[in-house]
Design a protein around this ligand. Sequence first.
Ligand SMILES: Cc1cc2nc3c(=O)[nH]c(=O)nc-3n(C[C@H](O)[C@H](O)[C@H](O)COP(=O)(O)OP(=O)(O)OC[C@H]3O[C@@H](n4cnc5c(N)ncnc54)[C@H](O)[C@@H]3O)c2cc1C
Ligand code: FES
Length: 588
Amino acid sequence: MRDSFRGRGGELSESDWIAVEFEGKRLSGRRGESLAAALTAAGIRAMRLTRREESRGIFCGMGVCQECLVEVDGVANQRACMTKLEQPVSVRRQRHFAKAIAGGDGEDPQPTGAAPLDPDVLVVGGGAGGLNAARSATLAGARVLLVDERPLPGGQYYKQPLAIPALVEENASDPQFAGGRALIEAAEAAGVTMLRGARVWGAFEPLEFLILDDGGCRPCKPKRLIVAAGAYERGLPVPGWTLPGVMTTGAAQTLLRSYRVLAGARMLVTGNGPLNLQVAIELARAGAEIVGVVELAQRPSPGMLPALGKMLANAPALALRGARYLAELQRRRIPVVYESVLAEITSDAGGLSGLVKRWPPHPGDAGRRFEADAVCMGYGFMPSNEILRALGCVHRFDSVRGHLVTERDADQRTSVPEVYAVGDCAGLGGAPAAEAEGVIAGLAAARSLGCRPSADQHRSEVRARAALARHRRFQEGLWRIFQAPRLTTELAGPETIICRCEELTLGEIEADLEPGFSSIGALKRRTRGGMGRCQGRYCGPILTALSAAREGRALDEAGHWAPRPPITPIPIGQIVDDRPLTETSEAG
Ligand SMILES: Cc1cc2nc3c(=O)[nH]c(=O)nc-3n(C[C@H](O)[C@H](O)[C@H](O)COP(=O)(O)OP(=O)(O)OC[C@H]3O[C@@H](n4cnc5c(N)ncnc54)[C@H](O)[C@@H]3O)c2cc1C
Ligand code: FES
């Protein structure tokens, strides 16, 4: 697979290649690419082995699911999708979850004991929303610290390609890459301080944070907070969804767009929403055979014309882009199957086989099988709102979209006055909305600190408010067109894994849903569902729905798990104070 791109990207020099030893096999990866990309390019899919000795591989591709854990140079718990290749490495599959938690031979980084960082504004997330927020607040006169977990800012929409000259050149004309590059450069030119490859893992009221980077753990006490943490893809449990080679559509897109690696030569793309169409086209243009695109929503019909009109009136370029994707799929003779769903995935020596069925079910429909090397599932997104919820910001449940939405005013200020929320973490609105919200929140946060934005900035705020209103109208039309049933466990059988980390099946969970013990908290304590490394990001929405249905109540914020630190898994050395016990207790 790699070879097909080597020619397209120009020959790489010797120094661009890094030796990777994988369980005795000698491979090579490109400097700066993720370990997951290097392993995928070499045809290696299975990364960690579960307690039941089942193989797991890349699923989310963005550091959330923890399914790609490997041991790197003897250090356990390394996410292959987030580990950059900088020097020769020796890699092993991570063999057992419990053993892995005990740690590898590597040293945990220790708390630095450094004085707290004290920016005027802390921005969490360097995507479309965060970069705009940080730039606007900085230009208005605030001291801004932007923290992003990735080594390269840009987030999901503006994710940047591997910084190898040949690939950068090849991607120069891509508008998403170019837009992202311009935005990052604009934020840097404005003077935003960026902490790259750093995670906010602790958020405590009123406004205290813990940040982990290569140097260790740092406290941060900003005067204002802007959360721009984005979203992750929703999972849909069907038999076989944990097989290596089955991944989110976004994971396949990241392998391709960031690293020019195809997840498979033949790929099936399934789910609901426009991202699947875009990624199917991107993969096909890169040389993958797309055996089918499966969409849960209805086939476009004249009844959708009002929605289409709304999209055209408010964002004609975006609406036409969608139409071009459909036309290109047709031109490439890629079958698009509507009102259907991926019902099961099986594997054998020849690869994966996806069973696609009509949805709602049709009597007598035996389904249709699609053979592929990789299967993508993209059923929309879930907001990454853990920091906002930990700080007590009020949320309401959006029953149409099936997720919590952060309550905000017109300045993107939450119910906690010092906290602003922008972009997909507050409610899914897409990249243009995230950008506009970023500008508005950045200026509002700066003003609240006494800064006085320039007349130019005032004009960009007016433009941002107008753009936001237009984009929200566009989104209303878009989601009317992709309107589809919100599935949870309809396709799962008793043996289907629901909680990927704890390997809990639907049958086991249902057996524990006893009357009087079916609240979400009781369910967690009884089953361990949501106690694994992804911290319930995938099983949480499903268990929440099961619990609410069993208790006969509507879904609301109280029916969700309370977020607890650490927000993402971190080495234990970060939360264990290394001072002697007496000193610790005296201090306490
Ligand atoms: C996998 C994926 C692929 C997508 N691809 C497309 C696409 O091709 N086209 C399209 O139109 N839309 C796409 N979307 C949707 C689009 O990316 C979003 O609408 C847009 O990026 C929202 O911008 P944002 O600033 O809210 O979040 P993002 O751009 O996602 O940025 C969020 C950033 O926050 C960082 N972050 C999160 N938590 C922390 C933390 N605790 N500490 C430090 N940093 C943190 C992340 O690393 C990330 O860089 C995609 C979404 C996903 C999840
Ligand atoms: S694939 Fe690496 S964390 Fe999900």
